[in-house]
Design a binder for this molecule. Structure first.
Ligand code: TYD
Length: 208
C-alpha cells in the first residue's frame, strides 16, 4: 500500500484540529495506519523550536524574518526525515496540521520575504516532498478572530498580530490554492463540521 500524505491548512481557529481528528478516525476505522502530526513541533527537536518560535518571550526578543523562516524550515526538515517519510514508507496515511503552505502564507505573503525564496528553502529542507492533498479551511478574518477570542487562553506571538496580517495570510493561502487546484481542496470553514468532513473524505477517497 502506498502512503498518503494529507495536510490541513488555514488561519488559526479555522478548525484544522477538529477535521484532522475526524479524518484520523475515518482512516483508523478502515484499518489503515494513520499518523497524525503537526508543524511546528512534531518531533522533540521541533517541540523546542516551536517553544522558541511561539512562546519565546522576552529573552528571545524580536525574531528576524529570515531567522524565523529558517527555524520553521529546520523544524520541517527534522519532521519530514524522522516522522513523515518513514510513515509514508510503511504505507501509512499521514494527516498533518500545517506544512510548507503555512510558511508560504505566513512567512512569505504575510511578511517581507519573497514567496519563491521561502518555497525554495522549504523544498530544500524536505527534499521536494509535497502532499497528495492539501485541505484549506478558509475562514474570513473577522470570524477567525471571533473564534480565537471564544477559545480564550493566552494568545501566542503570531495570534497577537494585527488583523491586516491575518488578512494577508488568508489571501496568501487562497492564492496558493488557486495556483494548484489539483493538490488543494478549498472549503468554507464556516460550514458545519460534519459537512466539511464529508467533503474531505469524498476527496480523500479519490486518492485511492
Ligand atoms: P499552530 O500549531 O496551528 O498553532 P496553535 O496550535 O497555537 O493554534 O501553528 C502555530 C503558528 O505557527 C501559527 O500561527 C502559524 C505559524 N506557522 C508559520 O508561521 N509558519 C510555518 O511554516 C508554520 C508551520 C506555522
Amino acid at each position: 500500500m502506498r502512503g498518503i500524505f494529507i495536510t490541513l491548512e488555514g488561519g488559526d481557529g479555522a478548525g484544522k484540529t477538529t477535521q484532522a481528528e475526524l479524518l484520523q478516525e475515518w482512516f483508523a476505522a478502515r484499518g489503515r495506519e494513520v499518523v497524525r502530526t503537526r508543524e511546528p513541533g512534531g518531533t522533540p527537536l521541533g517541540a523546542e523550536i516551536r517553544r522558541l518560535l511561539l512562546h519565546g518571550g522576552d529573552e528571545i526578543g524580536a525574531v528576524d524574518p529570515r531567522a524565523e523562516a529558517l527555524l520553521y524550515a529546520a523544524d520541517r526538515a527534522q519532521h519530514v526525515a524522522a516522522v513523515v517519510r518513514p510513515a509514508l514508507a510503511r504505507g501509512a496515511a499521514v494527516v498533518q496540521d500545517r506544512y510548507i503552505d503555512s510558511s508560504l502564507a505566513y512567512q512569505g505573503a504575510g511578511r517581507v520575504l519573497d514567496v519563491g525564496e521561502v518555497r525554495a528553502l522549504s523544498e530544500w529542507a524536505v527534499e521536494g516532498l509535497w502532499p497528495h492533498l492539501t485541505v484549506l479551511l478558509d475562514l474570513p478574518t473577522a470570524a477567525a478572530a471571533e473564534r480565537r477570542r471564544a477559545r480564550g487562553g493566552a494568545s501566542d506571538r503570531l495570534e497577537a498580530e494585527a488583523e491586516a496580517f491575518h488578512d494577508a495570510v488568508r489571501s496568501g493561502f487562497l492564492a496558493l490554492a488557486a495556483a494548484d487546484p489539483e493538490r488543494f481542496l478549498v472549503l468554507d470553514a464556516t460550514a458545519p463540521v460534519d459537512e466539511l468532513h464529508e467533503r474531505i473524505i469524498a476527496r480523500v477517497a479519490e486518492l485511492g
